[in-house]
Design a protein around this ligand. Structure first.
Ligand SMILES: Cc1cc2nc3c(=O)[nH]c(=O)nc-3n(C[C@H](O)[C@H](O)[C@H](O)COP(=O)(O)O)c2cc1C
Length: 313
């Protein structure tokens, strides 16, 4: 048994944001081995995402520039309660990933989502693949002030929604990009630690989202995704993800859990992230590279159980 921000998990393996977007997807994940179902990222407006080739499945790394395709807050406001029921019937908590374009949007979405019975909210402060009028959207977590502003607004919204009953407060966490500057990571961690001391501060940190703005060409020198610059994930991201988890575990208060993401594809990866200080792990590329088949989580889990107890049947 594991636990994330006070929510019990049967084991530490779950899907990462970007893999489950609809009621039908939740049904498929409810039948899978994941310990919790992560839905989203969701935005206020429905988004088609970027056009053309947006995913390239490599063996040692994958590249994606999906650009947050999702059905928008009206859809999720209307359907999340059903998704929660389906997840809970399967004995799995439901986590929703929220991606806003400004502070107010994060707070508005979090407030609606919190009213649907979800167990946890993950604020995606790290999406690199959103372009607006030709300009790339700033990655929020690289700006400590912006991170503090989003967390404060979300915390206030969740506090108001709980109407004085701490039992109704939905815990939230933040998902980060990989930081290459250790001092910048320490600065952000100090902000998160200060926020975590408040009644509704972040209770977990998910590390990491894709490495921003990778560039890959095929044998004919053509970019493999149409928007050219795209987020990198998969096995090559694992040492980076492990390093971020290791640093964050040392930098954050014990009351803030760390979730490890990046290159989880087999049992050994789960064991490494847990040893580095994570309480749970998530995977996206392994799912996409198995044809969007949630059975991959059963394989990862079986491999981890084999690592922990090679004598298990
Ligand atoms: C196709 C694809 C779509 C993704 N969409 C999202 C998303 O909507 N929100 C988010 O927080 N992360 C998203 N991610 C990032 C993953 O959740 C994860 O952090 C990253 O891919 C590293 O894990 P991996 O090596 O297991 O893929 C996406 C990743 C991929 C490959």
């Amino acid at each position: 048994m594991s636990a994330l921000a006070g929510v019990a998990l049967e084991h530490p393996v779950m899907n990462a944001a970007g893999t489950c977007k609809s009621v039908e997807d939740v049904d498929a994940f409810a039948r899978s081995a994941v310990a919790a179902i992560v839905v989203g990222s969701i935005t206020r407006q429905p988004r088609a995402g970027n056009a053309g080739n947006v995913y390239w499945p490599g063996r040692s790394y994958s590249i994606n520039a999906l650009g947050l395709p999702n059905r928008g807050l009206d859809y999720y406001g209307a359907h999340l309660s059903r998704m929660v029921d389906r997840a809970h019937e399967a004995g799995k908590p439901l986590i929703v990933s929220v991606a806003g374009f400004d502070v107010g949007e994060y707070a508005e979405i979090a407030e609606v989502v919190a009213g649907t019975g979800v167990d946890l909210i993950e604020l995606n402060l790290a999406c690199p693949n959103v372009w607006d009028g030709g300009a790339q959207k700033r990655i929020a977590c690289f700006d400590p002030d912006q991170t503090a502003a989003v967390c404060t607004a979300v915390g206030d919204a969740l506090l108001a929604r709980a109407a004085g009953d701490p039992g109704r407060r939905v815990p939230y966490g933040v998902k980060l990009s990989p930081f290459s500057d250790p001092a910048a990571l320490a600065e952000l961690a100090a902000v998160l630690a200060e926020l975590a001391g408040r009644p509704v501060g972040p209770r977990f940190v998910t590390a990491v989202n894709t490495f921003p703005n990778a560039f890959v060409v095929d044998a004919d020198n053509r970019p493999v995704v149409d928007v050219e610059l795209a987020g990198m994930s998969g096995p090559a991201l694992k040492p980076v993800g492990l390093g971020q988890v290791r640093q964050l575990r040392q930098l954050l208060l014990d009351s803030v859990d760390v979730v490890g993401v990046g290159g989880v594809g087999e049992g050994r990866d789960v064991a490494e992230y847990l040893r580095a200080g994570a309480v749970a792990v998530q995977a996206a590329t392994a799912f996409w590279n198995r044809g969007e088949d949630p059975s991959v989580f059963g394989s990862i889990l079986a491999g981890w159980i084999d690592q922990v107890d090679p004598a298990a049947p």
